[in-house]
Design a protein. Structure first.
Length: 284
């Protein structure tokens, strides 16, 4: 029995050094941990999907744009009640194009697709913006707020505001030196800047009330409209602190087939989406 205990004791004593981490093992463990941490930090700071997200209120023309870009034909459509996802051939590769419904109850679905969006195309009906400017601005405000609250380590998506249906503007109102597209973008820009300034002023007042303790709501939900201009200056897209916002005027013709390659080269009969295609190729 004594000899057996001795054998057991020797065996245990011989195995103990294998259970104690050696200096080299500790160093390797630290190095591996650092590599893994740095990988995820780098991935979080640079990774963003390559999808294109089409957003805007109902009847802005998003689905018609999608059918023209993807299928080369502008199809008649109605208000979408579910997200449409297609593959758009762009820069010799397939890019995911996501059309978010504009219905008030489901338009917030854009938040689910925001992490994968490399560009956001906000579609506005330029022919009706004077009537529904406040509704359009409310939705755009939500998107701008979501963009500025993206983690600083992530690259925010590029933003394009599309003044769509500019062919419906009365040609008699177009100055001789201006195009329909320029007229549409100017109109959309001016209306949205005015409406967003109203929302920013409302946000400023709500913050003051919150500071007095009169309202327990988190007013930060209304943020995202800060500008880099002088104090007291009205909201301007060119001064928005969240990044660059660009404008393009577009149109499509229902039922017409479109050769996108010819349109991009300027040889097509309908160049309503030519500038949009050029912009997408630049940013994807």
């Amino acid at each position: 029995m004594t000899s057996q205990r001795g054998i057991v004791s020797v065996t245990v004593m011989e195995s103990l050094p294998l259970m104690v981490p050696k200096p080299l093992a500790i160093i390797l463990l630290v190095v591996i941990t650092m590599v893994v941490v740095l990988y995820f930090i780098r991935r979080g700071s640079h990774t963003r999907g390559n999808s294109i997200m089409l957003v805007g209120i109902s009847d802005a023309g998003k689905t018609a744009i999608l059918s023209t870009l993807v299928y080369g034909q502008t199809l008649s459509s109605h208000a979408s009640l579910q997200t449409n996802t297609c593959i758009l051939p762009l820069n010799k590769k397939g890019v995911t194009l996501v059309d978010i419904p504009g219905h008030p109850r489901i338009r917030a679905q854009f938040r689910e697709h925001l992490p994968d969006a490399k560009v956001i195309v906000f579609v506005v009906d330029a022919s009706s913006i004077s009537r529904n400017g406040s509704i359009v601005a409310e939705y755009l405000h939500q998107i701008l707020h979501a963009v500025v609250t993206i983690l600083p380590s992530q690259n925010p998506p590029a933003i394009l505001i599309l003044a769509h249906k500019c062919d419906l503007l009365k040609s008699g109102t177009v100055p001789s030196t201006s195009s329909l597209g320029q007229l549409a973008t100017n109109r959309v820009r001016n209306v949205l800047e005015r409406e967003l300034e109203k929302r920013r002023q409302s946000h400023t007042r709500s913050v003051a009330i919150d500071e007095l303790g009169a309202d327990g709501e988190d007013s930060s939900e209304l943020g995202g409209l800060d500008c880099n201009g002088p104090p007291g200056e009205s909201f301007k897209f060119v001064e928005w602190e969240g990044g660059v916002i660009e404008f393009i005027g577009t149109w499509v013709s229902i039922g017409e087939k479109v050769d996108l390659e010819n349109e991009k080269s300027g040889n097509g009969s309908n160049d309503g989406l030519k500038d949009l295609m050029t912009w997408l190729e630049t940013h994807i």
